[in-house]
Design a protein around this ligand. Structure first.
Ligand code: FPP
Ligand code: MG
Length: 318
């Protein structure tokens, strides 16, 4: 597929250092006005089916850093800036949920310098979120951090918990930040929740099916993403949303993540709209499950309650 991001490439390649530092300080939701032609395209697409949930594999930050002669962490920081733009596009078009692959468990194998840099960037961004609480609430952005938090430093887990707690009552758009995440670890954790439910007699073996396991994933309560977009020309899922992506439209673009443009995004939505009905049928035929029983609902409510209590406890722990 032709990559539509050349105009942005030109701009970012010519950023001088002051611009770079200025934009590094960007907040979670960009509030820039889109050009008239993007608004027009967006409105046209809104006449068709708009996905409720879109997921992104934000790949290509280091290649972008090399290309623009900045260090790796500045490349990741530009990646965060792009995320805030993408969130704005999603809000504008009416997407209700966004999931981003921000740090995989595999990423821990990178150099200490890069891992520390990425963890510091996350600290900085969650602190920023706490500072701009009013703006976040104005946009109704709710944050959920999904992944294996036992692998993360305590102070970062605390910041993430605080971000989740202060945005708990927002309902405009839910942002799932997959951090210290891989899908196979998520599925294992779902199996363990089911096993402890069985052990505590909260559920019966006959309850265990696709529907119950889906609700025990970190994304429990959400519908599966209709689209998964990966940037940078790689055509793999890299252990991201393997269960939830069973019937998603997969969109691969050659743009590096910090260079993805609103046109790339709208093109992905357009392509999805052409196959949306087919994907719906596939989902219905293959993955339909029976409605949850009262017992299962109660079990899931218990898990959810414990999750929130866990977040609250994180804040008061030493
Ligand atoms: C993949 O590009 C990107 C990452 C591993 C990190 C993505 C993180 C962000 C965009 C920041 C998000 C932060 C928060 C708090 C949400 P890569 O490093 O694999 O680049 P390459 O493919 O060019 O090597
Ligand atoms: Mg990569």
């Amino acid at each position: 597929m032709a990559h539509l991001g050349e105009a942005t490439t030109f701009v970012t390649e010519n950023l001088d250092h002051d611009d770079f530092n200025l934009r590094q300080n960007m907040s979670w939701i960009s509030e820039t006005t889109l050009p008239w032609h993007s608004i027009l395209m967006l409105r046209l697409l809104k006449c068709g089916r708009i996905p409720k949930h879109v997921a992104f594999i934000m790949d290509g930050n280091r290649r972008f850093a090399r290309k623009t002669n900045v260090n790796k962490i500045d490349g990741h920081s530009k990646g965060f800036d792009k995320l805030s733009e993408v969130l704005q596009w999603c809000l504008d078009i009416g997407v209700e949920e966004v999931t981003v692959y921000a740090f995989s468990i595999e990423n821990f194998k990178r150099s200490k310098e890069e891992v520390d840099g990425l963890l510091d960037l996350a600290r900085e961004k969650f602190q920023r979120l706490l500072q701009e609480r009013e703006k976040i609430n104005k946009h109704g952005l709710k944050i959920r951090v999904i992944g294996n938090k036992s692998l993360l430093p305590d102070d970062l887990v605390k910041l993430a918990a605080e971000a989740e707690l202060i945005t708990r009552d927002n309902h405009q758009v839910l942002l799932n930040v997959a951090f210290s995440y891989i899908a196979t670890d998520e599925m294992t954790s779902a199996c363990n929740k089911v096993l402890s439910g069985l052990k505590d007699n909260l559920i019966e073996p006959s309850d265990v099916d696709i529907g119950l396991l889906s609700e025990c994933l970190h994304t429990g309560g959400s519908q599966f993403p209709e689209i998964i977009i990966r940037t940078s020309g790689e055509t793999r899922l890299s252990d991201f949303l393997l269960w939830q992506g069973c019937a998603s439209y997969l969109h691969f673009t050659g743009a590096l993540w910090p260079e993805i443009t609103v046109f790339d995004f709208l093109w992905a939505i357009f392509k999805y709209q052409r196959v949306a009905e087919e994907l719906d049928q596939l989902k219905e035929q293959l993955y339909a499950s029976k409605p949850l029983s009262d017992r299962e609902t109660q079990f899931l409510e218990t898990i959810n309650r414990e999750r929130w209590l866990g977040l609250e406890r994180t804040l008061v722990s030493e």
